[in-house]
Structures are given as C-alpha cells and as structure tokens.
Design a protein around this ligand. Structure first.
Ligand SMILES: Cc1cc2nc3c(=O)[nH]c(=O)nc-3n(C[C@H](O)[C@H](O)[C@H](O)COP(=O)(O)OP(=O)(O)OC[C@H]3O[C@@H](n4cnc5c(N)ncnc54)[C@H](O)[C@@H]3O)c2cc1C
Length: 400
C-alpha cells in the first residue's frame, strides 16, 4: 500500500497562498500539485508589508534568508495627518520591537516574495507546478478528488485546497455565497525609482498620511532602489465600471484637501494601477469533506492591516500541520485547520475595516483618533499589536 503522503494534494491557485501551502506540505513530506490559470507563475503589483507574525512563518518554511536578502527593514511605522501635515504617531521598529515580537517588520516587492516561494517550490521533488490551466469543476469520491480544467485535463489527488483568491471558483463549490462585497474604496498603486522620489521624502519608514476618506502610503522597496506609493480614496466609480489604469484627475480631486507634501507626492506619478477593494464578512466553515479554502478564497479582507498575504502564509503552515497530525485523514484535518484559523482570520477581517475607518476619519472622530494615538507611548502602541504579531501557538501545535 503506498504511503498516503504520495497521493498529491491539489492546490488551485499559484499565488502567495497556494505556493506557501505547497511548500508547507513539502516540509512535512507531502506531495502536491499546484494548478495556476495564468500563463506563468508570476505576481504583478507593488509592495507588500510583512509583520513579525509572517517572519515567524518564514522560519518554519526555511525562507528567512532569501526573504531577508530582498526586503527592506524600515525604522518606524509612522502615521501623519494629511490635512494638517503633522505627525500623529510612530512605532519604532528597532531593538525593542524585535525583542517583543522576536521577528522584524519588513517591506518587500510582491514579485520578489512570489519568486522566493516559486524557486523553493521548483527545488522540491514533491511539488508539481502547472500553469495555464484553469480549474472549472471538481468531482469528489469517498477517497479521492478529481479537478477538471477548462482545457479538458484531469488531476487526481487525495484532497483539494482552493487558494484561488478573492474571486474563488472553489469557494462557490464549498460555501456558495456569491460575489465578494465591493467596499467602495479604490486603491491606486505605483512604484517609483528612488531617484524620482523627492529627497525630503526618502524616509526609511512605512508612512501613512491619513486624510478624510483618503490616505496615502509610501515606503522603500528592494533594498532601497524603489519607492512604493499607494493612494486610497472612497469612490462609487466601480458601479460605473473600471479598468486597470487609474484616472489621475479623479485622484487629484479626491486628495484636493490634503497638505502640499501629499499633493507633491501624488504629482510624481503619471501612471497608476487601480484596484477596487473588496472583502467578505468572516465565516467559520470553509471546508467540505476533502476540499478546503486558504488565503483570500477563505477570508478576503481589506488591506488596512497589511495582513492578507500574511494570513495566507499562516494558513499554509497550519494546514500542513493539521494534515500531518491527522495522518492523511483529510476531512478531519481540514475541520481542525479551519477551527484553528477562523477566529484569528475573522478578527483580522473585522479589524481591517475598523482601521480603514480610522485612516479615513473626519470631524470629531479624526480629532479623537489623533488624540488617542498621539498620546500612546511606543510600549503601549506595541501592546496594542500583540494580538496580531505575537506567536500563535495553535498554528503548529498539531504535529511534530
Ligand atoms: C492594494 C493591496 C495592498 C495589499 N497589501 C498587503 C500587505 O501589505 N501585506 C499583506 O500581507 N497583504 C496585502 N494585501 C493582500 C494580499 O495581496 C492578498 O491577501 C494575497 O495576495 C492573497 O493571496 P492568495 O494566494 O490567497 O490569492 P491570490 O494572490 O489572488 O492568488 C490566487 C491565484 O489563483 C489563481 N486562480 C484563480 N482561479 C483559478 C482557477 N479556477 N484555476 C487555477 N488558478 C486560479 C489566480 O490566477 C491567482 O494566481 C494587499 C492587497 C491589496 C489589494
């Protein structure tokens, strides 16, 4: 009888979550087959923030070295008031932060993170990677899964993980709750060579300029060669349709009330990529028998805590742990995995919305935000982040 670990787990989606899942299973000696619909395994987009909770997962996955070589480790998280042009609060990310959370805070280009994951997957004899195949149907028997792709290919495996993102096809098979919720918030993103960033803003910090129904974020990337800019504003534009390039005129109109430094930065960019932000309310059951979900497919969230990718990497580590603990009983493993994850990921989904309200506050709410955040000590600010950044024992307690 062959070892249960040899019949692969089929992973639909080769984004950050799907590749992390393949790698986490590999670390437990379990085979997997990743199926990606795009013509090649690749990430587009810009920067991504990684909290110490994510670095803890890189340690488990054996990726701390390659990730650290490509990351920037900022000095502070800073919030500015984008109308007054004044600092509201800062959290230093130096020695005290690292001592408290054991791992650093980092900034990385999304393509670099994806490349590190992909290269690690490519080195594994246990991981098969197929691009240009879109999964359209899944059949399940008592002891196996067959995934069918649009081109007519069939993949047979022991179980299936839907890591197919916000618009997940697998979620519709398992949960069936329709389209995600359009938040009414639009993000414009751009990456600038550092030479084009005004010198007075070349801070080695993660900076967020909070405004009224708008905010702007900037931080350095790729060991300081690049700067990442993210502008967010409320808009009903999605109802009118949208394309993947942003409209600078709308951006400038939305940011008209912000201070001169913010408008100077916005003027630096000629071409923005646009995202319409979506999320879903948390759920606690995202598995059915031998099928489960991971990452944005399971718990899509707004980006305001910078944790969507981080949660998918934590999911991956937890999933592999529970599969091992259950000795290949996939339905039991998937129930244990979602049980370990749903309150944490649900909390991040809900708190991301709350942070969005904070960043975009006006009137009394804004005054209150500035007063409350501004009066905290660095130690109090770090205490406020313990729930998110501290070790999550339930992630890996399942198996050796
Ligand atoms: C503006 C913005 C900023 C963000 N900033 C941060 C941040 O700083 N830190 C952070 O941690 N997170 C951040 N996030 C969130 C993060 O980008 C996502 O949570 C993360 O990329 C989700 O990864 P995933 O693998 O679950 O899904 P995805 O990255 O969406 O990957 C899904 C993959 O599945 C493939 N696929 C889909 N359907 C099929 C199918 N039927 N068959 C085969 N393949 C399929 C897709 O092509 C895709 O490659 C941000 C998000 C946004 C929008």
């Amino acid at each position: 009888m062959p070892d249960w670990k040899e019949l692969p787990v089929i992973i639909v989606g080769g984004g950050i979550g799907g590749l992390s899942a393949a790698l986490a299973l590999h670390r437990k000696g379990i085979a997997s087959q990743v199926i990606e619909q795009a013509p090649e395994f690749k990430e587009i987009g810009a920067g991504i923030q990684l909290g110490p909770n994510v670095f803890r997962m890189f340690e488990v996955l054996g990726l701390t070295g390659p990730i650290s070589a490509l990351a920037v480790f900022p000095n502070n998280l800073i919030m500015m008031d984008s109308i007054l042009g004044e600092e509201v609060t800062r959290i230093p990310l130096g020695e005290a932060f690292r001592k408290k959370f054991s791992y650093p805070y980092a900034l990385i280009h999304r393509a670099d993170l994806h490349k590190v994951l992909l290269e690690a997957c490519e080195k594994s004899p246990l991981i098969r990677l197929d691009a240009a195949e879109k999964v359209v149907k899944v059949d399940e028997t008592a002891d196996a899964i067959v995934a069918h792709t649009e081109s007519g290919k069939e993949y047979r495996g022991a179980a299936l993980v839907g890591a197919d993102g916000l618009w997940s096809t697998i979620r519709q098979m398992v949960v069936g709750d329709g389209k995600p919720n359009v938040a009414g918030h639009i993000t414009y993103r751009a990456v600038l060579p550092t030479s084009e960033m005004p010198e007075k803003f070349r801070w080695r910090d993660m900076v967020l300029w909070a405004g009224e129904k708008v905010h702007l974020v900037h931080y350095p990337l790729r060991t300081g060669e690049l700067f990442n800019l993210v502008a967010v504003f409320h808009s009903n534009r999605y109802e009118e349709g949208w394309d993947s390039y942003g409209d600078p005129a709308e951006l400038h109109e939305r940011f008209a009330k912000t201070c001169e430094p913010v408008r100077t930065l916005l003027n630096k960019i000629e071409s923005w990529r646009m995202w319409v932000l979506c999320d879903r309310p948390p759920i606690k059951d995202w598995s059915r028998d031998r099928i489960t979900l991971l990452g944005d497919a399971a718990h899509p969230m707004l980006q305001y805590l910078a944790q969507g990718a981080g949660m998918s990497i934590e999911d991956a580590v937890c999933l592999a742990d529970r599969v091992t603990a259950a000795g290949g009983d996939y339905p039991a493993a998937f129930r244990a995995y979602q049980q370990a994850r749903y309150l944490r990921t649900g909390r991040v989904q809900i708190m991301a919305r709350v942070y969005g309200e904070f960043y975009h506050a006006s009137g009394v709410a804004k005054e209150l935000r500035n007063m409350m955040l501004g009066s905290r000590t660095a130690e109090e600010a770090m205490t406020g982040m313990e729930w998110l950044y501290s070790e999550q024992k339930e992630l890996t307690h399942g198996a050796a």
